[in-house]
Design a protein around this ligand. Sequence first.
Ligand code: SF4
Length: 357
Amino acid sequence: MREILDYHPAPLFRADSRTRRDRNSPKPYEHVVSISGGKDSTAVYLLAIERGMPFTAVFADTGNEHPATYEFVERLAERAGGPPIVTVKADFSKAMARKRAFILRNWERMGVSPERVERAAALMLPTGNPFLDLCMVKGRFPSAKSRFCTDETKLVPMWIGVERPILADGRTLIRWLGVRGEESLARRDLPGWQRMGDPVPYSLPKPHHAEASEQGWRTYVYRPIHHWVREDVFAMHARHGITPNPLYGWGAERVGCWPCIFVKKEELRLIAGIDPSAIDRLDEWESIVSDVSKRGVSTFFAAVDDPLFTPGVIVTTAGFGIRSFVEWSKTSRGGRQYDLMARFEAGASCVEIGVCE
Ligand code: SF4
Protein backbone atom coordinates (compact mmCIF):
# COMPACT_ATOMS: atom_id res chain seq x y z
CA MET A 1 0.00 0.00 0.00
CA ARG A 2 1.30 3.44 -0.90
CA GLU A 3 2.38 5.59 2.03
CA ILE A 4 0.15 8.58 2.46
CA LEU A 5 2.12 11.72 1.78
CA ASP A 6 1.07 14.41 4.15
CA TYR A 7 2.90 17.53 3.19
CA HIS A 8 2.17 19.11 6.57
CA PRO A 9 3.33 16.26 8.81
CA ALA A 10 2.82 18.33 11.95
CA PRO A 11 -0.23 20.47 12.57
CA LEU A 12 0.38 24.04 11.52
CA PHE A 13 -2.14 25.24 14.02
CA ARG A 14 -3.25 23.88 17.30
CA ALA A 15 -6.41 25.17 18.90
CA ASP A 16 -4.36 27.60 20.94
CA SER A 17 -1.39 28.22 18.63
CA ARG A 18 -0.53 31.57 17.00
CA THR A 19 1.08 32.67 13.77
CA ARG A 20 3.74 35.35 14.02
CA ARG A 21 1.17 37.85 12.82
CA ASP A 22 -1.27 36.85 15.53
CA ARG A 23 1.23 36.58 18.36
CA ASN A 24 -0.29 39.50 20.19
CA SER A 25 -3.85 38.46 19.50
CA PRO A 26 -5.80 36.78 22.28
CA LYS A 27 -7.93 34.93 19.72
CA PRO A 28 -7.53 31.16 19.47
CA TYR A 29 -8.19 29.15 16.35
CA GLU A 30 -11.14 26.91 15.61
CA HIS A 31 -10.79 24.18 13.01
CA VAL A 32 -13.87 23.21 11.00
CA VAL A 33 -13.94 20.20 8.69
CA SER A 34 -16.64 20.14 6.00
CA ILE A 35 -18.08 16.67 5.42
CA SER A 36 -19.92 15.76 2.22
CA GLY A 37 -20.07 12.00 2.68
CA GLY A 38 -17.57 11.60 -0.16
CA LYS A 39 -14.14 9.99 0.02
CA ASP A 40 -12.07 13.19 0.10
CA SER A 41 -13.88 14.96 2.92
CA THR A 42 -13.91 11.69 4.87
CA ALA A 43 -10.13 11.44 4.43
CA VAL A 44 -9.78 14.99 5.76
CA TYR A 45 -11.96 14.12 8.76
CA LEU A 46 -9.75 11.09 9.50
CA LEU A 47 -6.61 13.20 9.05
CA ALA A 48 -7.95 15.78 11.52
CA ILE A 49 -8.49 12.98 14.03
CA GLU A 50 -4.88 11.85 13.54
CA ARG A 51 -3.62 15.39 14.07
CA GLY A 52 -5.09 15.15 17.54
CA MET A 53 -6.42 18.66 18.07
CA PRO A 54 -10.02 19.65 18.76
CA PHE A 55 -12.13 20.37 15.71
CA THR A 56 -15.73 20.70 14.60
CA ALA A 57 -17.11 18.61 11.73
CA VAL A 58 -20.13 19.82 9.79
CA PHE A 59 -22.36 18.29 7.14
CA ALA A 60 -24.87 20.36 5.16
CA ASP A 61 -27.97 18.36 4.29
CA THR A 62 -29.18 19.56 0.88
CA GLY A 63 -32.14 17.19 0.80
CA ASN A 64 -30.80 15.89 -2.53
CA GLU A 65 -28.48 13.14 -1.26
CA HIS A 66 -28.69 9.37 -1.60
CA PRO A 67 -29.93 7.58 1.57
CA ALA A 68 -26.59 5.72 1.69
CA THR A 69 -24.79 9.05 2.08
CA TYR A 70 -26.98 10.07 5.00
CA GLU A 71 -26.33 6.75 6.68
CA PHE A 72 -22.59 6.97 6.01
CA VAL A 73 -22.35 10.46 7.54
CA GLU A 74 -24.53 9.49 10.49
CA ARG A 75 -22.27 6.56 11.41
CA LEU A 76 -18.88 8.03 10.51
CA ALA A 77 -18.06 9.64 13.86
CA GLU A 78 -18.85 6.50 15.80
CA ARG A 79 -16.93 4.25 13.40
CA ALA A 80 -13.89 6.53 13.28
CA GLY A 81 -13.91 7.51 16.95
CA GLY A 82 -13.97 11.19 16.03
CA PRO A 83 -16.02 14.18 17.13
CA PRO A 84 -19.74 14.16 16.32
CA ILE A 85 -20.70 15.56 12.95
CA VAL A 86 -22.98 18.58 13.20
CA THR A 87 -25.71 18.54 10.55
CA VAL A 88 -26.99 21.87 9.29
CA LYS A 89 -29.98 22.35 7.00
CA ALA A 90 -31.23 25.44 5.23
CA ASP A 91 -34.74 26.64 6.00
CA PHE A 92 -36.57 28.51 3.26
CA SER A 93 -39.96 28.79 4.97
CA LYS A 94 -39.80 32.60 5.28
CA ALA A 95 -38.71 33.02 1.66
CA MET A 96 -41.54 30.72 0.58
CA ALA A 97 -44.09 32.78 2.53
CA ARG A 98 -42.81 35.93 0.79
CA LYS A 99 -42.96 34.25 -2.63
CA ARG A 100 -46.48 32.97 -1.94
CA ALA A 101 -47.65 36.48 -1.03
CA PHE A 102 -45.98 37.81 -4.20
CA ILE A 103 -47.74 35.23 -6.36
CA LEU A 104 -51.15 36.05 -4.87
CA ARG A 105 -50.57 39.80 -5.14
CA ASN A 106 -48.97 40.08 -8.58
CA TRP A 107 -49.16 37.08 -10.86
CA GLU A 108 -52.69 37.59 -12.15
CA ARG A 109 -52.04 41.17 -13.26
CA MET A 110 -48.82 39.87 -14.85
CA GLY A 111 -50.94 37.72 -17.15
CA VAL A 112 -50.94 34.39 -15.30
CA SER A 113 -54.31 32.59 -15.32
CA PRO A 114 -56.26 32.44 -12.03
CA GLU A 115 -56.08 28.63 -12.10
CA ARG A 116 -52.27 28.68 -12.26
CA VAL A 117 -52.08 31.35 -9.54
CA GLU A 118 -54.25 29.22 -7.28
CA ARG A 119 -52.18 26.07 -7.95
CA ALA A 120 -48.85 27.86 -7.40
CA ALA A 121 -50.03 29.45 -4.14
CA ALA A 122 -51.32 26.10 -2.90
CA LEU A 123 -47.97 24.46 -3.64
CA MET A 124 -45.79 27.24 -2.22
CA LEU A 125 -45.53 25.72 1.26
CA PRO A 126 -42.34 24.37 2.87
CA THR A 127 -41.67 20.70 2.13
CA GLY A 128 -38.70 20.59 4.52
CA ASN A 129 -36.44 19.53 1.65
CA PRO A 130 -33.94 22.41 1.22
CA PHE A 131 -33.09 21.70 -2.43
CA LEU A 132 -36.72 21.51 -3.53
CA ASP A 133 -37.85 24.46 -1.38
CA LEU A 134 -35.04 26.62 -2.76
CA CYS A 135 -35.94 25.72 -6.36
CA MET A 136 -39.57 26.58 -5.62
CA VAL A 137 -38.56 29.98 -4.27
CA LYS A 138 -36.42 30.61 -7.36
CA GLY A 139 -39.01 29.14 -9.72
CA ARG A 140 -36.20 27.20 -11.39
CA PHE A 141 -33.40 24.70 -10.88
CA PRO A 142 -29.78 25.84 -10.55
CA SER A 143 -27.51 25.81 -13.58
CA ALA A 144 -23.95 26.67 -14.56
CA LYS A 145 -24.91 30.29 -15.04
CA SER A 146 -27.00 30.46 -11.90
CA ARG A 147 -25.40 28.12 -9.42
CA PHE A 148 -27.28 29.09 -6.30
CA CYS A 149 -27.52 25.54 -4.89
CA THR A 150 -24.05 25.30 -3.34
CA ASP A 151 -24.21 28.67 -1.69
CA GLU A 152 -27.74 28.51 -0.36
CA THR A 153 -28.08 24.84 0.62
CA LYS A 154 -24.51 24.30 1.87
CA LEU A 155 -22.46 27.40 2.55
CA VAL A 156 -25.13 29.60 4.12
CA PRO A 157 -26.35 27.02 6.69
CA MET A 158 -22.71 26.19 7.54
CA TRP A 159 -22.01 29.89 7.97
CA ILE A 160 -25.06 30.62 10.09
CA GLY A 161 -24.98 27.41 12.10
CA VAL A 162 -21.27 26.91 12.73
CA GLU A 163 -18.84 29.41 11.25
CA ARG A 164 -20.31 32.78 12.11
CA PRO A 165 -20.74 31.89 15.83
CA ILE A 166 -17.05 30.91 15.95
CA LEU A 167 -15.95 34.22 14.43
CA ALA A 168 -18.41 36.26 16.49
CA ASP A 169 -16.91 34.60 19.55
CA GLY A 170 -13.56 36.16 18.64
CA ARG A 171 -11.83 33.09 17.24
CA THR A 172 -10.06 32.67 13.92
CA LEU A 173 -11.69 30.12 11.63
CA ILE A 174 -9.68 27.46 9.77
CA ARG A 175 -11.78 25.70 7.13
CA TRP A 176 -10.41 22.24 6.24
CA LEU A 177 -11.48 21.19 2.75
CA GLY A 178 -11.09 17.91 0.87
CA VAL A 179 -9.84 19.33 -2.43
CA ARG A 180 -7.18 17.45 -4.41
CA GLY A 181 -5.14 19.00 -7.17
CA GLU A 182 -5.17 15.91 -9.41
CA GLU A 183 -8.93 16.12 -9.82
CA SER A 184 -8.91 18.86 -12.42
CA LEU A 185 -6.95 21.73 -13.90
CA ALA A 186 -9.09 24.19 -11.98
CA ARG A 187 -7.99 22.62 -8.70
CA ARG A 188 -4.36 21.89 -9.58
CA ASP A 189 -3.05 25.37 -8.83
CA LEU A 190 -5.05 26.04 -5.70
CA PRO A 191 -2.87 26.79 -2.67
CA GLY A 192 -2.75 24.55 0.37
CA TRP A 193 -3.42 27.60 2.50
CA GLN A 194 -5.45 30.66 1.63
CA ARG A 195 -6.59 33.68 3.58
CA MET A 196 -10.19 34.42 2.65
CA GLY A 197 -10.91 38.06 1.91
CA ASP A 198 -14.62 37.75 2.51
CA PRO A 199 -15.68 34.48 4.17
CA VAL A 200 -19.41 35.27 3.99
CA PRO A 201 -21.45 33.27 1.39
CA TYR A 202 -22.21 35.53 -1.56
CA SER A 203 -25.99 35.13 -1.41
CA LEU A 204 -26.26 36.68 2.04
CA PRO A 205 -27.22 40.38 2.02
CA LYS A 206 -24.65 43.17 2.26
CA PRO A 207 -24.93 43.73 6.05
CA HIS A 208 -23.51 40.21 6.62
CA HIS A 209 -20.46 41.03 4.51
CA ALA A 210 -20.12 44.44 6.15
CA GLU A 211 -20.23 42.85 9.59
CA ALA A 212 -17.39 40.43 8.74
CA SER A 213 -15.30 43.27 7.38
CA GLU A 214 -15.97 45.68 10.25
CA GLN A 215 -15.26 43.03 12.87
CA GLY A 216 -12.03 42.03 11.12
CA TRP A 217 -13.01 38.35 11.20
CA ARG A 218 -10.19 36.14 10.00
CA THR A 219 -10.79 32.97 8.03
CA TYR A 220 -8.29 30.64 6.36
CA VAL A 221 -8.93 27.81 3.96
CA TYR A 222 -6.75 24.76 4.49
CA ARG A 223 -6.54 21.99 1.85
CA PRO A 224 -4.50 19.36 3.65
CA ILE A 225 -4.87 16.64 0.98
CA HIS A 226 -4.28 18.85 -2.04
CA HIS A 227 -1.24 16.74 -3.08
CA TRP A 228 -2.83 13.38 -2.40
CA VAL A 229 -3.86 10.98 -5.13
CA ARG A 230 -7.01 8.88 -5.16
CA GLU A 231 -5.22 5.83 -3.73
CA ASP A 232 -4.04 7.87 -0.73
CA VAL A 233 -7.62 8.73 0.09
CA PHE A 234 -8.78 5.12 0.08
CA ALA A 235 -5.64 4.09 2.00
CA MET A 236 -6.62 6.59 4.70
CA HIS A 237 -10.06 4.94 4.94
CA ALA A 238 -8.41 1.52 5.23
CA ARG A 239 -6.02 2.73 7.93
CA HIS A 240 -9.02 3.65 10.08
CA GLY A 241 -11.08 0.59 9.14
CA ILE A 242 -13.67 2.76 7.39
CA THR A 243 -15.48 1.33 4.37
CA PRO A 244 -16.00 4.22 1.93
CA ASN A 245 -19.47 5.45 1.05
CA PRO A 246 -21.11 2.46 -0.71
CA LEU A 247 -21.98 4.62 -3.71
CA TYR A 248 -18.38 4.19 -4.92
CA GLY A 249 -18.78 0.43 -4.84
CA TRP A 250 -21.89 0.82 -6.98
CA GLY A 251 -19.89 2.69 -9.62
CA ALA A 252 -20.32 6.35 -8.67
CA GLU A 253 -17.27 8.53 -9.23
CA ARG A 254 -18.49 11.41 -7.14
CA VAL A 255 -20.65 11.66 -4.05
CA GLY A 256 -22.71 14.76 -3.53
CA CYS A 257 -26.15 15.59 -4.74
CA TRP A 258 -27.81 12.54 -6.25
CA PRO A 259 -27.57 13.62 -8.94
CA CYS A 260 -25.65 16.88 -9.15
CA ILE A 261 -26.81 19.28 -11.85
CA PHE A 262 -23.36 18.76 -13.40
CA VAL A 263 -23.48 14.97 -13.43
CA LYS A 264 -21.50 13.21 -16.16
CA LYS A 265 -23.38 11.35 -18.86
CA GLU A 266 -22.26 7.92 -17.67
CA GLU A 267 -23.09 8.76 -14.05
CA LEU A 268 -26.60 9.79 -15.00
CA ARG A 269 -26.98 6.46 -16.80
CA LEU A 270 -25.67 4.70 -13.70
CA ILE A 271 -28.07 6.53 -11.36
CA ALA A 272 -31.04 5.79 -13.61
CA GLY A 273 -30.01 2.14 -13.70
CA ILE A 274 -29.38 1.47 -10.02
CA ASP A 275 -31.78 3.98 -8.47
CA PRO A 276 -34.80 4.70 -10.72
CA SER A 277 -36.55 6.29 -7.72
CA ALA A 278 -34.08 9.20 -7.93
CA ILE A 279 -35.30 9.89 -11.47
CA ASP A 280 -38.95 9.57 -10.36
CA ARG A 281 -38.23 12.10 -7.60
CA LEU A 282 -36.68 14.59 -10.02
CA ASP A 283 -39.55 14.09 -12.45
CA GLU A 284 -41.94 15.02 -9.62
CA TRP A 285 -39.77 18.00 -8.62
CA GLU A 286 -39.80 19.27 -12.22
CA SER A 287 -43.59 19.16 -12.16
CA ILE A 288 -43.77 21.05 -8.83
CA VAL A 289 -41.17 23.68 -9.74
CA SER A 290 -42.83 24.19 -13.14
CA ASP A 291 -46.14 24.84 -11.39
CA VAL A 292 -44.61 27.54 -9.19
CA SER A 293 -42.63 29.07 -12.05
CA LYS A 294 -44.18 32.08 -13.77
CA ARG A 295 -42.93 30.69 -17.09
CA GLY A 296 -44.81 27.48 -16.34
CA VAL A 297 -41.86 25.18 -16.97
CA SER A 298 -38.58 24.33 -15.30
CA THR A 299 -36.26 21.41 -15.99
CA PHE A 300 -33.61 19.90 -13.71
CA PHE A 301 -30.91 20.29 -16.37
CA ALA A 302 -30.86 23.61 -18.21
CA ALA A 303 -32.55 23.20 -21.59
CA VAL A 304 -29.92 25.47 -23.16
CA ASP A 305 -27.30 22.81 -22.36
CA ASP A 306 -29.05 20.49 -24.80
CA PRO A 307 -27.56 20.78 -28.32
CA LEU A 308 -31.03 20.21 -29.69
CA PHE A 309 -32.09 23.47 -28.06
CA THR A 310 -32.51 26.36 -30.47
CA PRO A 311 -33.72 29.84 -29.60
CA GLY A 312 -37.48 29.97 -29.94
CA VAL A 313 -38.05 26.26 -29.34
CA ILE A 314 -40.82 25.58 -26.83
CA VAL A 315 -39.26 24.07 -23.71
CA THR A 316 -41.33 21.38 -22.01
CA THR A 317 -40.44 18.89 -19.32
CA ALA A 318 -41.33 16.15 -21.82
CA GLY A 319 -38.81 17.47 -24.35
CA PHE A 320 -36.00 18.69 -22.07
CA GLY A 321 -36.80 17.17 -18.66
CA ILE A 322 -34.94 14.60 -16.60
CA ARG A 323 -36.42 11.61 -18.44
CA SER A 324 -35.27 13.05 -21.75
CA PHE A 325 -31.73 13.46 -20.37
CA VAL A 326 -31.79 9.90 -19.03
CA GLU A 327 -32.66 8.66 -22.53
CA TRP A 328 -29.77 10.72 -23.87
CA SER A 329 -27.45 9.20 -21.26
CA LYS A 330 -28.11 5.78 -22.78
CA THR A 331 -26.94 6.85 -26.23
CA SER A 332 -23.49 5.90 -27.42
CA ARG A 333 -20.89 8.23 -28.85
CA GLY A 334 -22.12 10.16 -31.82
CA GLY A 335 -25.43 11.01 -30.16
CA ARG A 336 -26.06 14.40 -28.60
CA GLN A 337 -22.66 15.18 -27.06
CA TYR A 338 -22.16 17.77 -24.39
CA ASP A 339 -20.28 17.86 -21.15
CA LEU A 340 -22.11 19.01 -18.06
CA MET A 341 -19.04 18.35 -15.92
CA ALA A 342 -17.04 20.90 -17.87
CA ARG A 343 -19.58 23.43 -16.69
CA PHE A 344 -19.04 22.28 -13.10
CA GLU A 345 -15.35 23.08 -13.38
CA ALA A 346 -16.25 26.38 -15.01
CA GLY A 347 -17.88 27.35 -11.71
CA ALA A 348 -14.43 27.85 -10.27
CA SER A 349 -15.44 29.45 -7.00
CA CYS A 350 -17.31 26.33 -6.00
CA VAL A 351 -14.35 24.17 -6.97
CA GLU A 352 -12.14 26.25 -4.68
CA ILE A 353 -14.59 25.95 -1.85
CA GLY A 354 -14.75 22.22 -2.41
CA VAL A 355 -17.96 21.42 -0.57
CA CYS A 356 -19.43 19.74 -3.67
CA GLU A 357 -17.17 16.78 -4.36
S1 SF4 B 1 -23.47 18.89 -5.64
FE1 SF4 B 1 -24.11 19.88 -7.57
S2 SF4 B 1 -26.35 20.17 -7.36
FE2 SF4 B 1 -25.53 19.77 -5.30
S3 SF4 B 1 -25.14 21.77 -4.40
FE3 SF4 B 1 -23.22 21.12 -5.38
S4 SF4 B 1 -23.27 21.95 -7.49
FE4 SF4 B 1 -25.37 22.05 -6.64
